[in-house]
Design a protein around this ligand. Sequence first.
Ligand code: ATP
Ligand code: MG
Length: 373
Amino acid sequence: MKKPDNPFILNTYHGKAYFCDREEDLIRLEEHIRNGRNIVLYAWRRLGKSALVHRFFEELESSGDYETVYVDFLGAISMDDAVNELAKAIFERFGKTKTGLHATIQKMISSIGATVGFDPISGTPTLNIGVNSSPKEEQSLHALGEFLNERKKKIVVAIDEFQQVSTYNESNAEAIFRAWTQKFPSIRFIFSGSHRGMMTEMFLEKNRPFYHSAQLLSLNPIPAEKYIPFIQGHFQAKKKSISEEIIHSIIHWARGQTYTIQLICNYLYSQCQEVKLTDVERVKADILGQQQAIFANFPKMLTKTQWKVFQAIAKEEPLQNPLSKDFINKYRLGATSSVSTAIKSLQKQELVVVDDDIYLVHEVLLARWMARL
Ligand SMILES: Nc1ncnc2c1ncn2[C@@H]1O[C@H](COP(=O)(O)OP(=O)(O)OP(=O)(O)O)[C@@H](O)[C@H]1O
Ligand SMILES: [Mg+2]
């Protein structure tokens, strides 16, 4: 990978040098995988689930014992899409050899009804799915599983944004995936997703196919004592400086959310030699200003009461009791019952979350923007 100009990475993973800590999580992940346990990786948004999976996979691959496949279901809105994404990820990982396609991958490709073409510019092989009539999803999944099963090394498949499966029209989508994972017991799976509620429900509700089928691993914010030396180290390497006190204030404002911390540090690194508090204030205002167009859509997406309650929660952070008279009167929210209904709806969408008995606007930047309104 090329060395980035700015060491504070904003898009998933760019190698170990730009990845802070997570040592204990890596140990836990490895423990589970080496002992044959599947994993559900869950956390609040943008804490670094996907980046951690990439980091972990780099480690597994370099150990020489494992081959890994990472697939993202974010854009997969049907069972068909999901199977295609999986096929593409497997093809990307194993099909791009210089020596031509191996017989086993050719077999897999034809059994899912796909063909291989060549990119006219780069000359690399590409997978064309759905050209021929495709078999049923179960059959395709089976063919993909068989292919992975026949690899000499152990296989770990990470499915990111896995909660998507629970939204498919096909009511048995979860059951199909569950049956698939059971059919190939030597393949290890990591299920991860950005909707924490949906993810945990899939694995914790008794009547759901994935009930108790994997070990839950929850990701917490990176501890300040790990983040401070990481940030200072990158500044110092460029003869720049940032104080411990300032970093603490950033972590606090970002509520420990990795993405927001990275974003602020990315700006400060590019703009400052010696970071001062006024620089941090300027950068925060700039960042919120840039998000304005997106955030301004929220009032349109919500009912009037929902929007008022939403805003009040942001302003009141940390809020313990949203149904208390003090809170409702202070922000003139109206009847307790309608506040309660609004909160339930906001929670269902994970716009509001409850963490350690505190009600929070989930998206940190949105919370900070609303608090300023
Ligand atoms: N350990 C880390 N050190 C440095 N940067 C990190 C680390 N983990 C994640 N990041 C950065 O934080 C941001 C969020 O990470 P990532 O996309 O992995 O989070 P996520 O939990 O998968 O988010 P989402 O909830 O949107 O799926 C990215 O910009 C990523 O580069
Ligand atoms: Mg992610």
